[in-house]
Ligand binder design. Structure first.
Ligand code: SAM
Length: 210
């Protein structure tokens, strides 16, 4: 499957709903974010191994999370779980040059490789930080949007507190049976909606799995 066939499939299946998400997925070269021996599979709609027991997310999941977040130019977004940096690059396309993506990864080697790839491709609106993303990243909070690419036992309180009023967060929650949750913060109110079963690697950290 090539990039164009993949995009058509994601549109047909309803994962891509907006022109902006379609354009972002078209622009980001996924082959640059996968190991050399997996480049032929870069446009298969599946997660791929990136080392250290971790994976690059499947394109349909990146599309779904991007659509749920309704990312707009100029937004400041926190990503937890940089992995390969691919999802961060898609988000960077959606928030544009006036926006910012702050991405946290707990495995230093992955963070370093992702940062190199992002710099090489010119994504200057992404900052990669090594740390425990279950605690968010306070120095640059609050965020318009937060998303987590690893599954948490419950929604970390730190992440809710670092979300702007009116902000949205997408996070997989659960141990064996995980659900994709969209959370909206409206004043004192937290509204959540369940978007069904998903399979992510665990979020390991103070407000994640120990
Ligand atoms: N978004 C990534 C991409 O496009 O390649 C995929 C990320 S992978 C599914 C999940 C990542 O979350 C892994 O790289 C893992 O090391 C990271 N992770 C797990 N717990 C974390 C934590 N507490 N803080 C930061 N990163 C964490």
């Amino acid at each position: 499957m090539d990039k164009y066939e993949l995009i058509e499939k994601l549109k047909r299946e309803g994962y891509i709903r907006s022109n902006s998400v379609e354009e972002a997925l078209l622009k980001v070269p996924r082959e640059e974010f996968v190991p050399e021996h997996l480049k032929d599979y870069a446009y298969c709609d599946t997660p791929l191994e990136i080392g250290h027991g971790q994976t690059i997310s499947a394109p349909h999941m990146v599309a779904l999370m991007s659509e749920l977040l309704e990312l707009k130019p100029g937004m400041k977004v926190l990503e937890i779980g940089t992995g390969s940096g691919y999802h961060a690059a898609v988000t960077a396309e959606l928030v544009g040059k006036d926006g910012l993506v702050v991405s946290i990864e707990r495995i230093p080697e992955l963070a370093e490789r992702a940062e190199k790839t992002l710099r090489k491709l010119g994504y200057d609106n992404v900052i990669v930080i090594v740390g425990d993303g279950s605690l968010g990243y306070k120095p640059l909070a609050p965020y318009d949007r937060i998303y987590c690419t690893a599954a948490a036992p419950s929604i970390p309180k730190s992440l809710i507190s670092q979300l702007k009023d009116g902000g949205k967060m997408v996070i997989p929650v659960g141990k064996y049976m995980q659900k994709l949750i969209l959370l909206e913060k409206r004043g004192d109110k937290i509204i959540t909606k369940d978007y069904g079963a998903v399979a992510f690697v665990p979020l390991i950290g103070e407000e994640g799995f120990k």
